[in-house]
Design a binder for this molecule. Structure first.
Ligand SMILES: Cc1cc2nc3c(=O)[nH]c(=O)nc-3n(C[C@H](O)[C@H](O)[C@H](O)COP(=O)(O)OP(=O)(O)OC[C@H]3O[C@@H](n4cnc5c(N)ncnc54)[C@H](O)[C@@H]3O)c2cc1C
Length: 397
């Protein structure tokens, strides 16, 4: 296993890096506004990415994507993650949903959603989380879908359905099986077009002051055809799990790209700014920030690449994935926090990207499962080895 970006991946990674730093990052002040100008600018960036062969690089070729092998795409994510707009500009934000449809959709569902999804002609959204229950434990989900004649009738309330305000459809995780069914076989995925009567966006919940399209949605007797079931009935958990696995590697690599950007800003600032007779770079307490950030980034990077290699080798790498989800999110938060500190008051303003990066970093410790859930499940898996008379032999993993 190598740690450097392989030579074969460098040309495409360099091209994405240039696209990100020369076009996406300078466009951020406009893209952040979320108005008509920002939509036009995003569309123009997307057009350029398509024209230059940088579009949807991780999507399979047969879907109209770039078809990069898994590990190559892992490295591309690292530079794509520099900006919160990278995935939108490069057409990769639909990857998880596209793969979910690719695996499970019927011919009709593929035709209706999959092709336009890959071309970013439509947005997807995914609804598992509910406001009334602890969604870390999805066996508690209360939204139901009942088969009445040839229609599913959905009743319930979801929230944090990201992009529901723009999406063409939502994949909704619903309880479909009767009481007494094994909890992990009690739920199904159902595709719901967002213009279906009864599908009501109650509010777009701001998160730490950012308008991220995290919607609360009421399902008031929403009726969709029975054929809108995605995959087998009762397999909602399996589908949700498949959706998340390798996706966490991509998340972590994008976090490393964010951290790299914060680290660059921090180190540059330490040389630029002077106080008490010399540059900040000469102060030992500032050097501590550089050292701590260096070690955390490097550790998270190696953990993530090791997990990626295990996945590539066909392992589910559950321990490794749990570990990087927690270590990666913590690293991201800590590195950006230090970069903000080094910038003083300016770090809290929108004069640098750090303020928004910091707020998004805080989200990372909760979405895709809060830290505590990953810590517990990862530790349990390791302890199980010892309970069964084995050890966790690091050198062999
Ligand atoms: C930015 C963002 C985007 C999101 N996008 C989506 C989306 O598109 N679709 C979607 O369905 N959901 C989405 N979510 C929701 C996210 O998946 C849930 O918030 C997450 O699964 C946690 O569920 P919860 O909020 O109900 O927290 P709860 O389950 O109520 O947990 C609250 C806290 O309890 C603690 N806790 C929970 N379980 C344990 C445990 N076993 N041991 C110890 N402590 C524990 C943790 O500290 C946790 O933070 C998004 C969330 C965020 C922040």
């Amino acid at each position: 296993m190598g740690f450097e970006v392989p030579a074969s991946v460098r040309p495409i990674r360099d091209a994405v890096y240039a696209f990100m730093t020369e076009r996406v990052e300078p466009a951020e002040p406009v893209l952040r506004r979320g108005d008509r100008d920002s939509a036009a600018l995003l569309a123009e960036l997307q057009r350029q990415a398509k024209q230059e062969g940088l579009w949807a690089l991780g999507h399979p070729e047969e879907l109209g994507g770039g078809g990069l092998p898994f590990l190559d795409y892992v490295y591309v994510n690292e530079v794509q993650g520099r900006s919160e707009f990278g995935q939108l500009a490069l057409g990769t934000f639909t990857l998880q949903d596209s793969l979910m449809l690719h695996r499970h959709a019927s011919a009709e569902q593929r035709e209706r959603y999959l092709r336009p999804l890959v071309q970013a002609e439509i947005y997807p959204s995914f609804a598992m989380t509910e406001p009334g229950i602890s969604s870390s434990d999805p066996t508690q989900l209360t939204t139901t879908a009942t088969l009445e004649g040839d229609e599913w009738v959905i009743r319930g309330r979801k929230w944090f359905t990201t992009l529901a305000d723009r999406a063409a459809y939502t994949t909704v995780m619903c309880r479909t099986e009767p009481e007494g069914t094994v909890p992990h076989l009690s739920f199904s995925m159902i595709l719901v077009p967002t213009d279906t009567p009864g599908y009501t966006i109650v509010r777009d919940t701001p998160v730490l002051g950012l308008d991220g399209g995290h919607c609360e949605v009421l399902y008031d007797e929403v009726r969709v055809p029975a054929q809108n079931l995605l995959g087998p009935r009762g397999h909602g958990f399996v589908i949700a799990q498949e959706r998340l696995g390798p996706g966490r590697i991509f998340h972590c690599m994008r976090w490393l790209g964010q951290a790299q950007r914060a680290f660059d800003l921090m180190c540059a600032r330490l040389h630029e700014r002077s106080a008490f007779g010399g540059p900040l770079a000469d102060k030992q307490l500032m050097q501590q920030h550089v050292f701590d950030s260096y070690t955390e980034i490097q550790a998270a990077r190696l953990l993530t690449l090791q997990a990626a290699h295990r996945i590539d080798a066909g392992d589910q790498a559950r321990v490794e994935i749990g570990a990087i989800k927690v270590a990666g999110a913590r690293m991201l938060h800590n590195v950006i926090d230090r970069a903000v500190q080094v910038h003083g008051a300016q770090g809290l303003t929108d004069d640098t990207p750090l303020g928004r990066m910091y707020r998004h970093a805080r989200e990372a410790r909760i979405y895709d499962g809060p830290d505590e859930v990953h810590i517990t499940t990862t530790a349990r898996r390791i302890l199980k080895e010892y309970a069964q008379g084995r050890n966790w032999e690091f050198g062999l993993r």
